[in-house]
Every structure is written in structure tokens, then in C-alpha cells.
Ligand binder design. Structure first.
Ligand code: ADP
Length: 352
């Protein structure tokens, strides 16, 4: 009961009102007793004088009740409204973009809860602002690097005395950097579209094992160049989903497995189906991911291994994660530095 009182402004208000009424009663009772004594012990008092005295006592009681009651009410209202005014002013600061503002008001009542939630909100907004700034600085960095390199090599190409070999090297770099820019903008566009999508756009029935085989063929040039062996074990799986999106999952994960493998290693690709899910495992024997990096690899633009940063933009896994989420699935991985990484993608099957 006492705990409930301290948790509710309505209860506090009721207690204050009862207190003021009680005080008024005590004051009235005190004055009435004083009046009774004055009349009772004064034998010489005429009726008119007694009436006059009674009037004075009534007016004095009324004035005292009004003055004391309204002073107490004013103090109580001020105590309740003061944090509300503070929250209102803080809201104005938030509207101006200042998310560092916090309200220092500890109480279990509704205003205390409001202040606590307000502080939580400004912390969240501050984090979002930080992420937004971080995102913008990542994008501008990723754009600036290839643009600067294209500009530099294009200027060098203007030199008329360049050998044919150098012209070839410089134009190859320009073409590579242009491809990188084009991939980056395509990936950013894809991610932004996926961020606004919550369910697969087209629910088509297709062969998932065939799709994974096609991804392996599309990446053939890359894995043969590294002399990698592929151990493929794919069950026949019919799956309903957005086939152009799921294709991205296999292309990105297998591409990473190739990129981070040592030459002449083995990549195992396995797909199994149970009554309600499809589980795809892609395992490499590459460099692995450190414990610190493991927590961040799904973040946009995060690249743990800077030596391969030229070959990607750190958006691949963020895109994969989003596609898996849109299909109601789950992506997990295990990794050991120096031993390799296994990605496990689980996609739910509709109930038969
Ligand atoms: P990137 O374009 O750099 O490949 P991703 O989002 O696909 O970006 O991957 C993010 C980071 O996760 C990579 O830069 C790499 O450091 C790490 N990573 C992803 N897959 C593997 C893997 N199979 N082995 C080791 N590290 C990996």
C-alpha cells in the first residue's frame, strides 16, 4: 500500500488533499474550542457580543484555512510540476538536435518513470545519430578512395611519353576501381532496398541445390585461380522464396570462403533438408576470424581483414543477414583463427 502510494501521483494528490482537509478540520476545531471557552467562562458577555465574537472566530478560521491550505497546495503542485517543466524544456533541446541531455529525477512515480524513459530515448537517439554519422563517414571514405585513384591514374595517362605497358597498367587500375565503385553503389542500393523490405517480394518455387551449384559455377574462375578443391554435398531441395535474393547469399558466402582461404585448401558446401528447415553449411580452411572481429562482421562496412579490403566493401554479410531475415531464417558461424570458418544458414520450410 505504502509502496503503491509512492508510485502514483494520483495517490500522492489524494493524500495531500486529505491532509489539507484534516488541517482545516484541526484549525476549525481549535478555534471552535477557543470560542466555546471564551463564551463559557465569560458571564458578562451579552448575546450581541457573543455573536460578534463568533463572527470574528469564523472569519479568522476561514482566513487561516485558506492561507495555510493554499500555501500547502501551491508547494505540492510546485513539487509535482517542477520535473514536468524540466522534461518539457529538455524535449525542446532534443527537438533542436541535442541528444546529450539527461533528466536528473529519481522517483518511482509516473514522472520518475517518464524521466527514466526520456533518458533512455535520448541515449537511443544519440546512438542512432552516432551510427548515422559513422555510416556517412564510411560511405564517403569508400567513395573517396576509388575516385581519388581513378583521378590520379587518369591524370598520369595524359602524359604523352608513357610506355604502352604503363598505359595498360593504368587503364586496368581505372577499370578495376570503376568496377569497385559500381559494385559499392549497387550494394548500397541493394541494402537500402532490403532495409525497407520485410517479406520476400516473389515467392517462387525453385531448386535450392541447383541454385547453389549455379553460384559455384559463377565463381569457378576465382576458385580455380586459387587451386581450391570444392567438396559438394547437396541434397535435392525444393524451396519457395525470392530466388534472386537467395542467390546473393550463396554468392557472397562462397566468394568470402574463396577470398579468405589459403591456396590449395578445401571448401565444403553442404545442404540438408529436415521436415521444417533447410540447413546450408559453407566451410573453409582459411585464416578464420578473431574473437573481437566475430562480434562485428555483420556490421555495414566492417572489414576484419584489411589485406582483402580492395576486393570488397564490407557490405556482403550485412546484405546476406538481411536476406536471411527477410526469409524468416537465421545465419550463424563458427570460426578459429588459422583453422577456418563455417557459415550455417538455416531457412524455414513452409509446413506441409
Ligand atoms: P567484404 O566485402 O569485406 O568481404 P563482408 O561483409 O562479406 O565484406 O565480410 C566482412 C568481413 O568478415 C570480411 O572483411 C572479413 O574480414 C570477414 N569474413 C567474412 N567471411 C570470412 C571468412 N570466410 N573467413 C574469414 N573472414 C571472413
Amino acid at each position: 500500500m505504502i509502496k503503491n502510494l509512492s508510485n502514483s501521483i494520483r495517490a500522492k494528490g489524494t493524500v495531500i488533499a486529505i491532509g489539507i482537509m484534516f488541517l482545516a478540520c484541526v484549525i476549525s476545531f481549535g478555534f471552535m474550542t477557543a470560542l466555546f471557552m471564551a463564551v463559557h467562562y465569560n458571564d458578562n458577555l451579552s448575546i450581541a457580543e457573543a455573536h460578534e465574537l463568533f463572527r470574528y472566530y469564523m472569519i479568522a478560521t476561514l482566513i487561516l484555512c485558506i492561507v495555510l491550505g493554499s500555501s500547502l497546495l501551491y508547494l505540492a503542485i510546485r513539487k509535482v510540476s517542477e520535473p514536468i517543466i524540466r522534461i518539457s524544456n529538455a524535449t525542446k533541446e532534443v527537438a533542436k538536435g541535442d541528444f546529450s541531455i539527461k533528466i536528473d529525477y529519481l522517483s518511482n512515480d509516473e514522472i520518475g518513470v517518464l524521466a527514466k524513459n526520456f533518458n533512455k530515448m535520448t541515449t537511443e537517439l544519440g546512438n542512432m545519430e552516432y551510427l548515422r554519422k559513422d555510416f556517412i563517414s564510411n560511405v564517403s571514405h569508400e567513395l573517396k578512395t576509388p575516385v581519388a585513384s581513378i583521378q590520379g591514374f587518369a591524370e598520369m595517362l595524359q602524359n604523352k611519353n608513357l610506355s604502352e605497358e604503363n598505359v595498360h597498367v593504368y587503364t586496368t587500375i581505372i577499370i578495376e576501381e570503376t568496377k569497385r565503385l559500381s559494385n559499392l553503389s549497387a550494394n548500397m542500393l541493394r541494402l537500402s532496398m532490403l532495409d525497407h523490405q520485410s517479406i520476400p517480394e516473389s515467392g517462387k518455387l525453385f531448386s535450392l541445390d541447383e541454385q547453389i551449384r549455379r553460384a559455384i559455377v559463377l565463381l569457378e574462375e576465382k576458385w580455380t585461380k586459387r587451386n581450391l578443391e570444392l567438396a559438394i554435398d547437396l541434397e535435392k531441395i525444393d524451396y519457395t522464396g525470392d530466388d534472386s535474393l537467395t542467390q546473393q547469399i550463396w554468392l557472397n558466402i562462397i566468394d568470402n570462403a574463396i577470398k579468405f582461404s589459403r591456396d590449395s585448401g578445401t571448401i565444403s558446401i553442404q545442404a540438408k533438408k529436415t521436415a521444417d528447415v533447410v540447413v546450408v553449411r559453407i566451410q573453409d580452411q582459411g585464416m578464420g576470424i578473431s574473437d573481437v572481429d566475430q562480434e562485428r562482421i555483420f556490421e555495414k562496412f566492417y572489414q576484419a581483414d584489411k589485406s582483402h579490403s580492395q576486393e570488397g566493401s564490407g557490405l556482403g554479410l550485412a546484405i546476406v543477414k538481411r536476406i536471411v531475415e527477410i526469409h524468416g531464417g537465421d545465419i550463424d558461424f563458427t570460426s578459429k583463427v588459422g583453422q577456418g570458418t563455417t557459415f550455417i544458414i538455416t531457412l524455414p520450410l513452409p509446413l506441409e
